[in-house]
Write a protein that binds this ligand. Sequence first.
Ligand SMILES: [Zn+2]
Ligand SMILES: [Zn+2]
Length: 135
Amino acid sequence: MDNTALLQKYSLKATPQRLEIVNVLSTHGHMNVNELYSTLLIKFPSISLATIYKNINIMLEKGFLLEVKLSEQKNVFELVKDNHSHVACMKCSDVIDIDLNIESIVNEVKKRSNYKLESNSLIFNGVCPRCSALK
Ligand SMILES: [Zn+2]
Ligand SMILES: [Zn+2]
């Protein structure tokens, strides 16, 4: 499916700005709002930060984007995909996906809390190999 069809599947009009957001997120994986803004400025020199926020918000609302809430740095956005965990670098803000089998943790939480669980997000903070090498 191309990105236009992908956006339309989520009832989002495929504007050039949205297509570019999809493009850069599929290349970079995770980006915060400032990174998205400075990347989109290359193609759309007159785009405003407010426009970026507006697009991100509607894409979040439609379930097309996910927001990863980080404790140490600005939240990042990614294209929606299967549930996964994250590792975030505290120095350069790099964020990567890790597919973990957390079934036993989820079951343990259910058992101890008696909650009906809806979602979860595991985030590990540390220093990435690149930053560890730059001492
Ligand atoms: Zn790093
Ligand atoms: Zn992710």
